[in-house]
Design a protein around this ligand. Sequence first.
Ligand SMILES: Cc1ncc(COP(=O)(O)O)c(C=O)c1O
Length: 354
Amino acid sequence: MMIPGNAVLSPSFVFQKKKNRINKNELYKSARQALFVGLSKMDLTDKTVWLPAYNCNSVLYPIKKLGLNYRFYEITEDFLPNFETIENNENDLILIVHYFGIVGDIEALKRKCSEKKLSIVEDCAHFLPSEDSEAGKMGIFSIFSLRKQLPVPDGGILQFNNRQLEEIKKTATAASFKKLILMIIESVCFKFQFNFIRLKDRLRGKVKTTEEFFAQRDFKKMNDASGLTKFIFRKQGIKKIKQQRISNFNLLSELLLSNTKTKLPVKRISSESMPMALPIFSANGLMMKDFLRKKGIGVDSWPGDAISDEISLDSFPITKKISDTILLLPIHQSLQEKHLKKIARAIKKYEHVG
Ligand SMILES: Cc1ncc(COP(=O)(O)O)c(C=O)c1O
């Protein structure tokens, strides 16, 4: 069995028509670069940037590089900011993450931020720009990371809500050759149902990781998204992808609820959402992850090792609890009902033997 964690590229995409327009001023190599540029356009002297403790450390790089003051806040078990843990001054900035592309009550979030006089920046790294969703439109600017939902090697987007971005000088980026080869192998293995995930796990630590490719800790120059990303991105029908992901999410959720004992933090999602994955909680997260990956299912934990070592998890018990138990199940647009049924069956088997 082989159910990849991310959408795969089918060769027919080459013949598809263009579906998306790219605003070249908005495009970067990664979301973290987009965040760097967005923040650099603001005057944040004497202000604090409030970051969720539950996050990967990649968002810290731009904030540190810009020398900004920052503090962490706790989240709730349903992935929303716990505003009681934010002791802010007027006009401090809050980074709100739409975790796993699941969009909560935007109006309630806006109300809370306005009561606390917090300016909003949205981290939509797990989401894609979408006309029919309020996510990405509630703050000063939002950032997106294309490789989380699309079969592209890189790419980040920066969108300001009330201003056009002037052109900024960017260096051309070549797509990572390793990532490209991996994308091709994953697509072939998916077609022929060869468990490549097991092999990939054995190679872990021996080849450069995606994180190393994206690290860019120095941010000396800004990079454009690669030509390959632009080529693929133009041909992606975001609306259809969103519908497919929502329908896969809801179907897998139903299968799990009726056939297994799985704990789901979010059982059904709104039409505003564009799910990156289906989160579940498992007391022995790592054991279950290992079991499912050996079976060829691209399950992941988040943020895993990428949680910042500046965060003392004793002070953020919910972040700790979620980080220790969360697993992300694939529900992307390359999957059909038969794949989701296989995932549910594998989880049932794990419960039986585990
Ligand atoms: C929530 C979140 N924000 C920002 C980023 C940064 O995205 P990128 O890897 O495109 O820089 C990531 C992923 O690394 C992420 O998960």
